[in-house]
Design a protein around this ligand. Structure first.
Ligand code: FMN
Length: 316
């Protein structure tokens, strides 16, 4: 594989970060991705305790390879327990995204941790560089989970590569060796990949959720705030989420104000999450979900990205 800042910094075989996915990637997936030669991360859910973070860090560290942890800035503003547990665990990489991440950059860097944040616009990438992050993730709107939906990966990446001097990783829609080769050729130091790992046995996805992922095509996702509003989560409104479109989303999209005070809808979503009813409950996924056709171990997904090397050599 081509050597890049990412592979050199973390001694990886493949220039891929397994993106943090709260509620889907815990320490087990992170360990599997790292053991396979990429950089595995786990995502810290909004309501996770410091001790949960410590436990999952121990699981991720068991691979003996570098791993990372993804935090949400809007959560840290009210409670430092997650951050303190991360500082104790000292993973190789930490991302702080979605909100005011700047106050956390220096404490993390002082602990010897490489700091990343996801940027959804070029202005956000410039602000991230000014705040002192080590690496900026240019994340396009086709990506799964939360983020902005203002710019797609390719135009964002082209702009950000010219706008900042720090290393740039590309996120949103990268799920095969072709996608990875494209962003490496453009100048990214690696891919930040979430959705492509949704078909892995090492996620925490339930069997019915996995079936939805495998059945979904590239046009089956939708972006919005429906699920966050229904749960009364404190997400900053500029960060909606991309998930598999379902009946609950269709019913409430465009009526979020009403949804925010509808107690029956809130209870309906909570019950559906408990029961695994994905006509109502959400499965966060990006447009690349259409590329996942069968379940694979994380090691196979990582190995499949190594094909980028051959694609890049064709044009060398
Ligand atoms: C199920 C799911 C959960 C996610 N949770 C988080 C998270 O907790 N923290 C975070 O920084 N990003 C999260 N993301 C976003 C990813 O970090 C990344 O931006 C995205 O997956 C990249 O696009 P892709 O899904 O097309 O690969 C999540 C993505 C998915 C699919």
């Amino acid at each position: 594989m081509p050597r890049t800042w990412l592979t050199d910094r973390f001694e990886l075989d493949v220039p891929v970060v397994g993106a943090p996915m709260a509620g889907v990637s815990d320490g087990r997936l992170a360990a599997a991705v790292s053991a396979a030669g990429a950089l595995g991360m786990f995502g810290v859910p909004a309501n996770a305790s410091g001790s949960w973070v410590s436990e999952q860090a121990a699981v991720a560290a068991a691979s003996g390879r570098p791993y990372g942890i993804g935090l949400m800035a809007w959560v840290l503003a009210d409670d430092r327990a997650q951050l303190d547990a991360v500082l104790d665990a000292r993973p190789a990489l930490v991302s702080v995204s979605y909100g005011d991440f700047a106050p956390y950059v220096e404490p993390l860097r002082r602990a010897g941790i490489v700091v990343a944040t996801q940027a959804g616009t070029t202005d956000e990438a410039r602000a991230a560089e000014r705040a002192g992050v080590d690496v900026v993730v240019a994340r396009g709107g086709e990506g799964g989970g939360h983020g902005r939906d203002e710019v797609a990966t390719l135009p964002l990446l082209q702009n950000v590569l010219d706008a900042v001097d720090v290393p740039v990783l590309a996120a949103g829609g990268i799920a095969t060796a072709r996608g990875l080769a494209a962003v490496l050729a453009a100048g990214a130091q690696g891919g930040w990949v979430g959705t492509a790992f949704l078909g892995c046995a090492e996620t925490t996805l339930s069997e019915p959720a996995l079936r939805r992922v495998l059945a979904a095509s590239e046009t089956d996702t939708a972006y919005g705030r429906v699920f966050d509003v229904a749960q009364r989560l404190g997400w900053p409104p500029e960060f909606g989420g991309r998930a598999l479109r379902n009946a609950f989303f269709e019913r409430w999209h465009g009526r979020e104000e009403e949804l925010g005070v509808d107690e029956a809808a809130r209870a309906e979503l909570a019950a559906a999450r408990r029961d695994g009813d994905f006509d109502t409950a959400y499965v966060y996924a990006g447009q690349a979900v259409g590329l996942i056709e069968s379940p694979h171990p994380a090691a196979d997904v990582v190995a499949s990205f190594a094909g980028a090397d051959e694609l890049l050599r064709r044009f060398a």
